[in-house]
Design a protein around this ligand. Structure first.
Ligand code: FMN
Length: 175
């Protein structure tokens, strides 16, 4: 088992591809990848790790990607204890077609896992992003890393690389 668990939900593969790139940047030996659709059974899968990265795109109007929906309900019911766990969030959105709820799913995950005792890290300034509203924006920062393959595909690689430098302050990454 590696030290970091990366759990991602993705409908058209955008957040999934970013998860793979993230694992490469952090070192594949340091990361275990879980697709929420196929690999996630229950919260014990996550609680094996002290360091977690959750990927979730936004669908509906500001809702979590499909494979995160049941786990979010289970989180409320089962109340697993994430005290002592360090969690960072990332996910895809579309600021032109859905700028009224840009990457809002990240805000939902942020609130839910914070309420379960986790320490959330990896927030970044909102500068350089365009949108009307985002539930993932708190005090002028995004609670995790947003990216937009539909309108800004060319920026994702740099955004991921810059974010990984932020994560390295909080995650044990063996070079
Ligand atoms: C029906 C529909 C609803 C969407 N709703 C949102 C939204 O509320 N906010 C947002 O930022 N993006 C929204 N998107 C854009 C997706 O998040 C975007 O296409 C993303 O790249 C999908 O990533 P995935 O393949 O990892 O699931 C929506 C897309 C569709 C087709």
């Amino acid at each position: 088992m590696s030290t970091i668990g990366i759990f991602y939900g993705t409908c058209s593969g955008v957040t999934g591809k970013a998860a793979e790139q993230l694992a490469k940047l952090l070192g594949e030996d340091n990361c275990d990848l879980y697709n929420m659709e196929e690999d996630f059974t229950d919260f014990d899968d996550m609680l094996k790790y002290d360091y977690l990265i959750f990927g979730c795109s936004t669908w509906g109007s500001g809702e979590v990607q499909n494979d995160w929906r049941d786990p979010m309900l289970d989180l409320e019911n089962e109340k697993p204890d994430f005290t002592g766990k360090t969690i960072a969030l990332f996910g895809a959105g579309d600021y032109k077609a859905h700028g009224e709820q840009f990457v809002s799913a990240l805000g939902i995950l942020y609130d839910k896992f914070k309420a379960r005792g986790a320490t959330l890290v990896g927030s970044i300034p909102t500068e350089g992003y365009t949108y009307e509203y985002s539930f993932a924006e708190r005090d002028g920062m995004f609670v995790g890393l947003p990216f937009d393959k539909v309108n800004e595909a060319g920026k994702t690689k740099t955004r991921l690389a810059n974010w990984v430098e932020v994560l390295k302050e909080h995650f044990p990454v063996e070079e």
